[in-house]
Design a protein around this ligand. Structure first.
Ligand code: TYD
Ligand code: MG
Length: 447
């Protein structure tokens, strides 16, 4: 097992191979290369990729079946072909006729788009040699197989081996290769997970089956930052970009109902206003229900404990329902204060004024902590007509909106809703908002 002696001095052909040694070079002596990303023409995708697809790179688009991966990529090849690129679509799942029919609807049936319904890697290689495409889309990597490998199609060895081969085709031909990878809910299927280290970029495509909203994120990206968020709406004519998502999310908001608070989120560089709703109701269960959609379930448990102990908002005998509206998923702790105020507002049947946004992280001690990008968040809120904000005490001094600064959760609840001690017990008012109970916002600064 030991390496033979003198390994370091082996020079050319170390370890006995005939391969010439690769010599180290100083980094400054290297050309940076001219691999500029090529725009895909799908704006929200280009935003996530930081410009477009880089020639010679491999991108993996992962997502659950039905989320819209094939649809999105058909639009990509359609618009790239329209811009003059040669695109090869390897459809290993759907027949040519099926793809053609869908392409008609998406304006992707055009010159410059080639299709090959092929699952064997040799066939794909031959098609690439023939078409010499700038862009290759393989839909999906799980159905591609190499007859030379013994394991079954879809197995880890097959998926890895074929992805290796496709990556070689990308680098040799200086073409962008996009692989579709199906993920199951638990992420278990051979595919995205086993390929992450093999590819340059991993995109995650997500969306709730019951909503039209689709979210695209780069979870790995060798050519730019990750975390940028792309938003689409699934329509009859394919994926439609949502450059102004905040407006869409808040479109159906009902004003004046208790339990609703708007949180200015930031996803990547993108500010996004999200309505957070809470509902509390007296529970008959020994362990009251905590039901969460679009937010972190564990975090709600923690925040309910802090509300109870640090702000006297007691929900121990109530079911609590919490939701981020519109199918978005909010994972930032910066939403803590908005969640807490939504719950407190629901408990006390007192609405939070409609022109207020709330941002801040809440600690176990009931303290309200600063969150990054406060100014950018409030600028988006101002753009959409919000007039006031509740922010942490320590937020930057210059803010785009008049703000009430709170150091503790208790102070936040008191400022926005009044003192819980003077109010009704949690959820005891079935009629909703109590008339003539405006809360304590009267003394607030206005714009
Ligand atoms: P698809 O792109 O096939 O998903 P994936 O490749 O990720 O499995 O999209 C499947 C769903 O999208 C399907 O339920 C129908 C719907 N759809 C639309 O709503 N509009 C469209 O224009 C298209 C092509 C599909
Ligand atoms: Mg598909």
């Amino acid at each position: 097992m030991e390496e033979p002696e003198g390994r370091g001095a082996a020079g050319a052909g170390g370890r006995g191979s005939d391969r010439p040694a690769v010599l180290p070079v100083e980094l400054t002596a290297l050309e940076p290369g001219d691999a500029e990303p090529a725009p895909t023409g799908v704006g929200e995708l280009d935003r996530v990729l930081g410009g477009g697809l880089v020639p010679g790179s491999v991108t993996l688009l992962g997502g659950e079946p039905g989320v819209g991966k094939s649809t999105l990529l058909l639009q990509v090849v359609g618009s790239m072909a329209a811009a003059g690129a040669r695109c090869l679509l390897v459809s290993a799942e759907e027949s040519g006729a099926q793809v053609r029919r869908r392409a008609e609807r998406l304006q992707a049936a055009r010159q410059g788009v080639w299709l090959v319904a092929e699952t064997a890697i040799d066939g794909i290689r031959a098609a690439v040699d023939q078409v010499r495409p700038d862009v290759v889309v393989v839909d999906s990597i799980q159905t591609v197989w190499d007859p030379a490998l013994e394991s079954a199609p879809g197995s880890v060895a097959q998926v890895r081996g074929c992805a290796h081969e496709l990556a070689r085709l990308a680098r040799e031909g200086d073409r962008a290769v996009v692989l579709v990878g199906h993920v199951t809910k638990d992420g278990a299927l051979a595919g995205p997970r086993v390929l992450e280290h093999l590819v340059d970029t991993v995109l995650a495509f997500e969306g709730d089956r019951h909503h039209a909203l689709r979210m695209l994120r780069a979870v790995k990206h060798r050519f730019g930052p990750t975390g940028e968020l792309g938003l689409f709406e699934m329509t009859d004519a394919g994926m439609k970009g949502l450059p102004d998502a905040s407006g869409v999310f808040l479109g159906d908001r009902r004003h004046g109902s208790p339990g609703s608070v708007v949180f200015p989120a930031v996803e990547g560089h993108r500010p996004l206003l999200v309505e957070i709703q809470a509902l509390t109701v007296a529970s008959g269960l020994p362990a009251p229900r905590r039901s969460v959609s679009g937010l972190d379930q564990g975090r709600l448990g923690l925040l309910l404990a802090v509300l109870d102990r640090r702000a006297s908002v007691v929900t121990g005998k109530h079911d609590v329902y919490l939701s981020a509206v519109g199918g978005v998923r909010v994972t930032e702790p910066g939403a803590d204060l908005a969640v807490c105020l939504a719950v407190a507002s629901a408990c006390q049947a007192l609405p939070v004024p409609q022109d207020v946004v709330v941002v801040g992280e809440v600690g176990l001690g009931g303290e309200v902590r600063q969150v990054a990008h406060t100014a950018r968040r409030l600028a988006e809120a101002a753009r959409l007509g919000f007039a006031r904000a509740v922010v942490p005490q320590s937020a930057p001094s210059e803010l785009p909106l008049p703000a009430v600064r709170v150091g503790t959760l208790r102070a936040a609840v008191r400022n926005v809703l009044g003192d819980p001690a003077d109010g009704d017990p949690a959820g005891s008012d079935p009629a909703g908002a109590r008339p003539g109970a405006p809360g304590r916002l009267d003394g607030w600064p206005t714009a």
